[in-house]
Design a protein. Structure first.
Lengths: 410, 410
């Protein structure tokens, strides 16, 4: 008989976004004329930048000619993209990253769910709460936890609570863990870690010999030049941190698919005999054995995001979304809401009105304002009583949404 | 301290293809004028078909306009591609596969290394020998084996030996296993399973309640219409088999990246309480949690391979490679070699000359004929004494290679 992975059964039957979809479909079936505005899932709406479109066309043409056709590429990514990343994202900010410390992939969701594989099954893993569900679910599926408790938490994971008192940026835990997932600018809370906060994390990781998995998928949305955009801007981080980056939100690649992960050769783990092992070597093994490189056409598109034109065009898109975020923040504050995030991230995290639960607020916003957001409780117990709105939409829809919310909640 | 996955250390330090690359580079450094012909790695050489190029251009244009831009797509793949697969690959051969039994991905290497995740760590896994290394390595990395023995085999795996006596198509094992990987047309041996052989496999799987992971990445190279191209052409296979397909070799997508996996809802495994669980539900969970859909532009390209023009153009490419295979097979037979495969697959599997080891023959072919192939021993102990040549190259290079081999080995 074929014995199955029993750990999958520990996951909740209904995932957050399908449940949202179900409720929206039910509402629309009853109100076919309602114009629903979606500020739920964090998906971009602006088209690809012209420089990226041009680069992808050129790459498609190359693939159509024998002399320039490309078959299997290097699993770690083409030099033209790796070099652009190394220079523009790191060297320009004083961080030296070697080419073989960068691994191009088809998406951060894959990277952030696959990275746990290089750690022991017994590794103790810490996550923040609220949290991007993929960090948790991938560890549950790997068998690092027990079944979830009544509070929705998994025994075996260490939860670090983000709340208003700590600005949704929890401090390092007192206890030792092997691995911690951090996300800044944060999904879902839209808050960002300061240099001082990251310095405390790096000091903690080095003291406890822990590894930080730093998800910087939203770093392009940081508007204050004093804030670190990479954890490697912190002294000592190259000894303890792996960084994840994505083109999804910085270049509109959610449907194009490209991301990368940085694993410095100086980050080590420990094998059962107590020997130090380079995590770069482990990830290189994982990446080359189980992945066959990102699409050539896609990598050419990603590289174009670093060209002067591509950079200017994508920065304009980011500025557009961040103006949406500013309007939402100001409009909702004026409507009486307490808002977090939305200054260095395309997400706003708001306290629900009148102490409503996240899902009560979801239903009220859908029914009264025809607006879809994401219940904070979907990101963990500490998200209860909060709600995520995304700034990815047209200006007209954002303005319409603000007007509707102000009318409904004045 | 960060405890690492100790099982990675069980893998051999040097993987097959990097070692080949090392020896070729060393040879070329000493013989800078030598014109080396590469028949080693199984990578296509013909450019993308015009219909595919046109479809990808159109998709890039769509992504560049607000009205037609696409963000996150359905994780399982777009309907236009899933429907094309369902109709052209299955319904046309009398096999009913539902849309939600098909999962589009970015490559068969990912699918074939990820599929083991849905089975228990204790699951007993069988592979053929010789074998595509990814099946073995992904199970080693997951911790299903002990350290490899002196013969290069991993305790914990069941090896089914392919040899000349069984035409490199081993019969089902007497013992019970949970899961078996089959590949037909076979990589590396180029041999193909007959209907009768697949019927014995399906009967065996149903008797032992085992699951067959059927890798049909090379099905487009089957030239005999009587041979099954899908395992689902065998009665009862939808109760016991998962099938993997790829656009890499059928449409020249090794650098474009698209594949799919079929998990019928009727294939079940067993949980620790003895309850039947649908593998389709498990894989859907894995796919949606850890993957974010294949690139839209790529999926449009893959769908174009099913259009009348795309089909005609890609079939012409396959015919071109298969004519290469025929020339190689006849030329090498005339040179005195014993050849297997190459009739329904782009690979030839040849017995080395004069009982040389696989690597001795590799060195001799490189030094005397400036031809790179793949040592059979790289695919497992039973590959020792054999050698794989790929038919992916220009006609001129194939003819040149045949001439060189005939001169060196006459």
């Amino acid at each position: 008989m074929a014995r199955i992975n029993e750990h999958y059964a520990k996951l909740p039957a209904s995932y957050l976004f399908p449940e949202i979809g179900r409720r929206v479909r039910a509402y629309q079936a009853e109100h076919p004329d309602a114009k629903v505005i979606r500020l739920g899932i964090g998906d971009v709406t602006e088209p690809l930048a012209p420089a990226i479109v041009a680069a992808m066309h050129a790459a498609v043409d190359e693939m159509g000619k024998r002399e320039t056709f490309r078959g299997y590429g290097p699993e770690q990514g083409y030099d033209f993209l790796v070099d652009a990343i190394r220079k523009a994202d790191y060297a320009s900010r004083g961080v030296e990253i070697a080419a073989d410390e960068i691994f191009v992939s088809d998406g951060s969701k894959c990277d952030s769910s696959n990275i746990q594989e290089i750690f022991a099954l017994a590794a103790r893993v810490a996550v923040t709460d609220p949290v991007y569900p993929v960090y948790v679910d991938s560890n549950v599926m790997a068998g690092r936890t027990g079944p979830s408790g009544a509070d929705g938490r998994y025994p075996g994971l260490v939860y670090l609570v983000g709340n208003e008192a700590n600005g949704f940026q929890p401090e390092p835990p007192a206890e030792a863990v092997d691995v911690v997932y951090l996300c800044s600018p944060n999904n879902p809370t839209g808050t960002v870690a300061t240099r001082a906060q990251l310095e405390r994390w790096v000091a903690w990781a080095r003291k406890h010999d822990a590894v930080i998995l730093f998800d910087a998928a939203y770093e392009s949305y940081i508007s204050d030049p004093a804030l670190p955009r990479s954890i490697y801007e912190i002294e000592g981080a190259k000894e303890c941190a792996i960084e994840l980056r994505s083109f999804s939100k910085r270049a509109g690649f959610t449907g194009v698919r490209c991301a990368f992960i940085v694993v410095p050769k100086t980050v080590t783990g420990t094998d059962p005999a107590g020997k130090r092992v380079s995590l770069n070597a482990l990830w290189a093994r994982r990446h080359t054995t189980k992945f066959n490189g990102a699409s050539y056409v896609v990598q050419r598109g990603a590289a174009a995001a670093y060209s002067p034109e591509g950079l200017a065009q994508t920065q304009q898109q980011i500025a557009f979304y961040m103006e949406n975020a500013r309007l939402l923040r100001e409009g909702l504050t004026a409507a009486g809401f307490t808002i977090f995030g939305g200054t260095h991230a395309p997400y706003l995290w708001l306290r629900t009105a009148n102490g409503a639960s996240s899902w009560e607020f979801f239903d009220r916003l859908l029914n009264e304002s025809q607006i879809v957001g994401t219940p904070g409780a979907g990101f963990g117990p500490a998200g209860e009583g909060y709600f995520r709105l995304s700034a990815f939409n047209s200006r007209a829809n954002i303005e319409e949404a603000i007007g509707r919310i102000r009318r409904a909640f004045r």
